[in-house]
Write a protein of this length. Sequence first.
Length: 762
Amino acid sequence: MKEFFRSKGSALFILVILLVGLVSFRYLSDPDIGTHLRAGKWIVENHRVPDNDTFSYTCTNHAYLDSHWLFQVLAYMAYRLTGYNGLSILVFLLSLLLFYLLFRRAYKPGNSPFILSWALLLGFLCIETRITLRPEMFTFLFMTLLLQVLDNYYHEKKEKLFLLPVIMLFWSNMHGLFILGYLLSGSYFISLYIRDRKPDLYFLKWAGFSFLASLVNPYTYRLLAFPFLLNTRLNADNIFHQHIREFTSFHRLEHFLFKDYIFIAFFLLTFLLLILTWKKRKVHELILTAVFFYLAWASIRNIALFAVIAIPILSTSAMDLYAEMRPRMDGMFGAGKVKRISTLAFVLSGIFVAGISLRVFTNSYYTDNSSYNRTGTGVDDRHLPVKAAAFINDGRLDGRIINALSLGGWLSWSIPQPVFIDGRLEVMGEAIYSEVSASWSGGLGTLIRKYEPSMIIYNYDKYYPWTVQLSGMEGWRLIYVDGFTAIFARSDYASGIPAFDLSVLPRQYAVGSRSGEEIRAILGMQPPTVFTGWLKGFYEKPDYELSDLSNLASFCLQMKDERTAALLFVEILRRTKGGASPVYYALADIYRASGDLEKAAICYRRILETDPANQVVKAGLQAAENGQAPATAPPVPEKAASPDKNENEAVNLYNEANVKYRQGDFNGAGECYRQAISLKPDYFKAYNNLGILKASELKDFSGALKDFDKAIGINPGYADAYLGRGTCLLNLHETEKACRDWAKALSLGNRQAENMIRNYCK
């Protein structure tokens, strides 16, 4: 190993180590952190593990097999000793330990630093998305340790298999994926059997002891079923698979980011090298590569597992191929030329690694990958409801809450009352989450009537349909809002806390009032080029307050406070020097609706600079220049005040269609949507969902387009239909029209449209 670090190529390896350290040094932002700390505290205080849920009021009779109990106790004790900063450092140390263990597995005497550095770099960039305070980190560590023991036995007959039961003992008390240990041991047993042409009884003995050791946990054999429950999330008809991004199948991603291309490159290299060196590959390498690639393909959260398996395989395969080809290359090009090419490859690789390191340091790497990670230590209050929880605690608001899924973990840790739901999907179950899903389509009132909350706390950038419903619901008032969280309270609850006045937001964010001349100057600012913006990512940190302003401006639109929304949107343009192009769509609508046709015309012209074929904008500009304010379409209610029999039946059919859709009965769902429409011709939500079904499942984009058009024609203010139509247009290769629809959806408060614009509307 000394020769490895003395070689000239070791400088590249050192750069990779520095990058890994930088990537591992990040704020705590995972939504499950609170759940783990809360559970760890409960176990320490009660001196036992839970059997039933005690953290949410909706699941008190649900069984809770806490497969992470030992991890949670360790996390809680670390918090007691070091606080949140210490937990960030713990994640940093665990990540570096993982890198070291992967290096030890991949390293072989005579390894090329160039090959090993690239194998570790690509693999660790695939693991990077899962570096967080989760028990999964220990699965990565235990997998690598187990594989090291198995490698040593397979290649050198080092009889240290007594370590297998020790690893499995701790693994089965840390994380439910300990069952992967059986898969790893089984693949090596098969490989040994094929190589030696007889069963290895010594290996089999210790594998049996490992199985018995994994049963030494508070739940004994019951824990064996837990991983199979997790496996249901890989089914396409599972509601968690459909709604939670980390369960999304890789092939169903709507677009690829830099990290996705890294995974594609990592897999293709591994697959290609396996083919080119297949005669030298061991059976267990082929088995593990195939199985873990399937897991990664089925769910993007498993990509890191594939990387842990594949890093040593990629490195060894590349070294075998290099050793075979090096003499031929020297003969063809000459040793001197090969040496110069190698030097150039090292230099270019060093520049690449240094460039990524700079972008990680500025956090641009994370924003490019739509990641909420940030470099630093402690809790990230921009993605965890830290401030909202403090507001609840300061106001002694201990009433029952309904909360969004991603906020439940932190709230269960930081406020006194039980939460509605949290991230323990296996405890909550699909039934309750289906009720939440239905609440996004006008069913929030049903949820409120069933659970009778005093407060509703949610991340309005994702649960924006709740805002629309609450803003028009009698008996509720907004009492708190920050950059991503809102709290509504019943009018008869916490009467000492006044309703939140949205007009104070500009002052909170130092947004002063501006004259008409100043606003026109800001609207006319010429944005920096795309290249200039990309270049800044190497030395300038993103302005994270822009995200707060964008979220709040959209929230104000949902709450019908266009004046405050306009002030915030203008501030966004000022800070981005006119670079936030979707803002112009929102401002054009606001100014034209308020009669400020001059500013509306400026916004329309700015849009046409980048989208000159936009006929809708051209018509809007002409109307503004002619002094015409827009006609206001009457709102289309979700449900009539006194619904007749047909309308009730239409709503029932709509709900039945949604259930069939989730169950995978697409033909049945489509028929129910069509029946609902026949009974209620203005049922725009049924048209919208029918369009989604045709586009996403049947790939009938032309038919879906007609359904989205109908939904928009009935309710021009329905943001979801613009989002769906835009995605449909993208599949029909009409990107410019798609971008216009997404911009409209964003101006109406749909935050998903922002990601589509960022990725497709450059």
